[in-house]
Design a protein around this ligand. Sequence first.
Ligand SMILES: [Zn+2]
Length: 395
Amino acid sequence: MSIETERLYYQDCYLRDFHARITGTADDGRRVYLDRTAFYPTSGGQPFDAGTLGGAKVIDVIDEEERIAHVLETPLSAAQVETPLSEAQVEGHVDWERRFGHMQQHTGQHLLSAVLEELFAIPTLSFHMGSEVSTIEVRAAALDTGQIERVEERCAEIVSEARPVVVTFDQASDDLGLRKASQRSGTLRVVSIAGIDRSACGGTHVRSTAEIGPVLIRKLDKIRGNVRLEFVCGLRALRQARADFRTLLEISRHLSTPIERTPDLVAAQVERIRLLEKSNQRLATEVARREGRERWTATEPGADGIRRVTEPGPIDDAMRVRAQAFAAQGHAVFIAVSENPPAVLLAASSDSGVHAGERLRAAVTAAGGRGGGNQALAQGSVPSTADLKGVLARL
Ligand SMILES: [Zn+2]
């Protein structure tokens, strides 16, 4: 019969140092159960608390319903584990910076969801708190910039009013006035923000909206026909805003322009690059065409009057243009060979007596490769570089 763990954070979210009795251990002292704990286990969208237990680092806290398992980086000492369990006392210390950050994000989420309800009757469907940012999914097809600004400013207003955030334990019933009906029965832990929100929640929260600090909405994503809203609160919001500002400052320095002019300048530069790429492409094609023609002029015809060349290099757009320009001069056959990946290209003029597609397909198929094309131009690949020699001999 295991002893249930008393959750000290239910009554006092500000408790960070505590004593407890060990009620069980597992995994050679790496998994520890206590009669009471201030460590919050991963649940309800909120990550677990870090800290130390009996001097060992806490690396995970798991909710096992009746009990809470504390997973330690190093096992408790033999002395700690061997002491009769009823007498074994340990000291726990919760990493306060991490926990308080979670309290700010979590209470900020209640406020944000309540304001979305209040202003636009948009309900929150789910909540996830990450190590950097948190998200809520809300039932709305879209949210515009104006709405987001109103939500942020209403949150700021309620933060500045320092409204009390109170935890009560109430019997589950339909008239509790909860923002979102609870599926649970029996006693519910209800977290209320004076005048705006009542939610059944087992998480950790700050005691006043003032402690939430800034609430900053960052990104909106469409997901499953709803909107997923990314946000940060408190110190995270300050740090994020600072990081964003530094990024922007760096961009403005690279562009040698004031921050407020960077969006227009970046848009103009992107358009300029697009036009340059287009013109560059046109010039590259023109150069390849000339190269093909010049190559034809510089090549002596064979005894049958056909000019033949074999050129190494990547088989790309430029190579195709060069090959076609060469063949277009008449009585001409152009072969290109690439080693990596092993591939060949064949271009033939209509008066050369060579059907590029048929000739090439036969040559690469015989070498275990594949390829094809039309009378004038064909391309194919073979399994390895060693196969290229045989293909060239057949072409
Ligand atoms: Zn909560």
